[in-house]
Design a protein around this ligand. Structure first.
Ligand code: ADE
Length: 254
């Protein structure tokens, strides 16, 4: 996958791409990231990328000309790329959106700054994404969140053992508790069943713990959850009550 990031602070992207799984994905060729400095397309002696808002008010607005010029240059190399503006006004990002983006060959991430970008840029954008209901100083960290969450879904990036299919959210449930050595830590034991070697029992325990955790921490995720009759029996057997709205027969929890 190729990701082009348009920003006025390309250095913000450097370090996070040089570590861990993202770096491995870049080395293996599964991921290519190109940072483009919007300022390189700014006009005039001062190469301004922002200006005061028409109508007055606080803050500065990103000018349309350098952004559109940068976008046009990128799109000549990647015709048909999916162009995303990172903004708190966008649609809220989710695992489902990460899965959809991971199927694309090229994406372009446009990072807004200041009070936003000139509204005339909108016609050059395919989607606007927010990573949450809070305001960052700019879209760069949001772009990195998207790159990170999409990279781990690219084929071959994660080994079989940490397959993205077993993820928190992959079926709308939070992950079960995990343990590693030592078996005893500050008086707390690893649950005996996890040492039993009985894979069927272990996977049933993990499923029940996932549902319990989701119910306690994120009950909203259980709305319309899709459990088989066997899973429901297992839950009832472990004393986990499900609310009425948790019905069988729906595939998509997102
Ligand atoms: N830019 C500023 N805040 C943002 C957010 N929450 N998501 C995406 N881009 C942003």
């Amino acid at each position: 996958m190729q990701v082009d990031v348009l920003t006025i602070f390309p250095n913000l992207l450097v370090s996070p791409l040089q570590e861990g799984i993202i770096q491995r994905a870049i080395v293996s060729g599964a991921l290519e990231v190109f940072a483009h400095n919007i300022r390189d397309h700014a006009l005039g002696k001062h190469a301004m990328t922002d200006d005061r808002p028409f109508g007055g008010g606080e803050g500065m607005v990103m000018k349309p000309e350098p952004i559109v010029a940068a976008l046009r240059q990128v799109l000549t190399q990647r015709p048909g790329a999916h162009v995303i503006l990172l903004t708190p006004q966008g649609r809220q990002y989710s695992q489902k959106m990460a899965e959809d983006l991971a199927k694309k060959e090229h994406i372009v991430l446009l990072c807004g700054r200041y009070e936003g970008v000139d509204a005339r840029v909108e016609e050059h954008i395919d989607a606007e994404i927010s990573i949450g209901d809070y305001v960052l100083t700019g879209g760069e960290l949001a772009a990195l969140v998207i790159i990170d969450s999409v990279t781990r879904l690219l084929p071959g990036v994660l080994g079989c053992s940490d397959s993205a299919e077993c993820d928190t959210f992959s079926r709308g449930l939070l992950k079960y508790p995990q343990y590693t050595r030592p078996r005893q830590f500050e008086g707390q034991e690893v649950p005996e069943l996890l040492l039993s070697g009985d894979h069927k029992l272990i996977s049933q325990w993990r499923f029940v713990e996932s549902v319990k955790r989701t119910k306690a921490r994120r009950p909203d995720l259980l709305q319309g959850a899709n459990f088989s009759s066997q899973e429901r029996k297992l839950l009832v057997g472990h004393g986990v009550e499900l609310v009425e709205s948790v019905v069988a027969g729906k595939d998509d929890l997102h």
